[in-house]
Ligand binder design. Structure first.
Ligand code: NAD
Length: 368
């Protein structure tokens, strides 16, 4: 492919990480960046993931072959409206990175459709609570789904052009209807955020009368509430642009809570056991269990003491064996054993690792 000019609008976590991924496979492309605040513009220029930066959105629009809007959802919609009034290249392709898709696709139809501008919605399904160019991460989207949502005006070449542009992200590209995207993400992303924040708010208020709440919260509580650290503005926008599916998930969950509440009130031990068992079995079937998209998983669980250098010692023993993932399942007490979970690509690597750990250490191991 010849040289192209890419305009990334919003040099936050997502925009900057996309820029790094584009640079990896297309070092000859010119990357232009817009950012409202000076700090992320400066970082992006200093670190070289954009060639030029501006705080004037309209300034670079006419130079771009591809425009990627990576700003909050409301601002994405405002920029779509503004784009329709700007001089653009004839074959420009516009996409976005917003976490909800229907409102954005409708806005694109409304504003860009009449002008015949090629648009396709995009949602790179990875992120974190971090913000700004300082958090740019070239590996952010590795193995993550990258969803494209067409509008009635999307031209045939849109997905091919973007999968080529984003090849360096090493993401998994799929196409989906915008409405279905918003429904599925309401269940697995938007509603869980509400739950996590509710749990945190409940615990915070409970701690006023029961101060040890803050001390006893351990790994399970931390895992369930990690996402609460996300930026409130982003999550408010997500709910505001996907209200109906989320309201439906809330109502459905309320009846689930009532059900378990009734089981407990009637001391129905068997039904409660089934309830937990069903959750455990369902989780095993989900891709989440397959470690960030790695299709097969071979895990070793090593019980290790909380002592300096133990993890380094184990990694040293595993030198030469390809490790896919490492996780430390900590306990909340400093002096208690923890579990080191190491994932390998295949059974052969797992067996080699197990054999080394057994012969060279006395740490108990379990294999899955
Ligand atoms: P971020 O806060 O890191 O960056 C947002 C960028 O938008 C910043 O550069 C900021 O300067 C700019 N911005 C904010 N308000 C603006 C305004 N009113 N006018 C002009 N510029 C403005 O956020 P992010 O995580 O990079 O999110 C960007 C988009 O990506 C959002 O639409 C979000 O829904 C989506 N997204 C986020 C995640 C995630 O987990 N963070 C994941 C997937 C998609």
């Amino acid at each position: 492919m010849g040289q192209k000019t890419i305009y990334i609008v919003g040099l936050g976590l997502i925009g900057s990480s996309l820029a790094l991924g584009i640079r990896r496979d297309h070092p000859d492309y010119r990357i232009l960046g817009y950012n409202r605040g000076e700090k992320s513009r400066r970082i992006a220029l200093e670190q070289g993931f954009v060639d030029e930066a501006t705080d004037d959105f309209a300034a670079f629009a006419d130079r771009a072959d591809i425009i990627i809007l990576a700003v909050p959802i409301e601002q994405t919609i405002a920029f779509l409206e503004e784009l329709a009034t700007l001089p653009l290249k004839e074959k420009v392709l516009v996409t976005d990175a917003g976490s909800t898709k229907e409102a954005i696709c409708q806005a694109a139809e409304k504003y860009l459709g009449p002008a015949g501008i090629n648009f396709i919605g995009g949602h790179p399904m990875a992120g974190s609570h971090k913000t700004g160019a300082i958090s740019a991460d070239i590996n952010l989207f590795e193995n993550a789904y990258y969803i494209f949502t067409k509008t009635s005006r999307t031209q045939k070449d849109a997905i091919a052009r973007l999968t080529d542009l984003f090849s360096g992200l090493h993401a998994r590209f799929i196409e989906m209807d915008a409405q279905e995207h918003d429904r599925v993400t309401s269940q697995v992303s938007h509603f869980p955020h509400i739950l996590a924040s509710s749990l945190m708010n409940q615990a915070g208020e409970y701690a006023l009368d029961h101060p040890f709440t803050n001390n006893f919260a351990a790994g399970g509580f931390r895992d369930m509430t990690r996402i609460v650290e996300s930026e409130p503005g982003m999550w408010t926008s997500i709910l505001m642009t996907n209200p109906e599916p989320v309201l439906e998930r809330i109502a459905e969950f309320q009846s689930r809570l009532s059900h378990i509440s009734n089981l407990l009130a009637s001391r129905d031990t068997d039904a409660i056991w089934d309830f937990f068992d069903k959750g455990r079995r369902t989780r095993k079937e989900m891709e989440i269990h397959k470690r960030a998209g790695v299709d097969s998983f071979f895990d070793i669980f090593i019980t290790i003491p909380d002592q300096e250098d133990v993890i380094l010692q184990i990694l040293e023993l595993l030198r030469g064996i390809s490790v896919v993932n490492i996780r430390i399942n900590e306990e909340n007490r400093e002096d208690i054993d923890g579990i080191l979970q190491i994932t390998f690509k295949n059974k052969e690597d797992l067996d080699r690792a197990a054999s080394v750990i057994r012969t060279k250490t006395s740490y108990p191991i379990t294999i899955s």
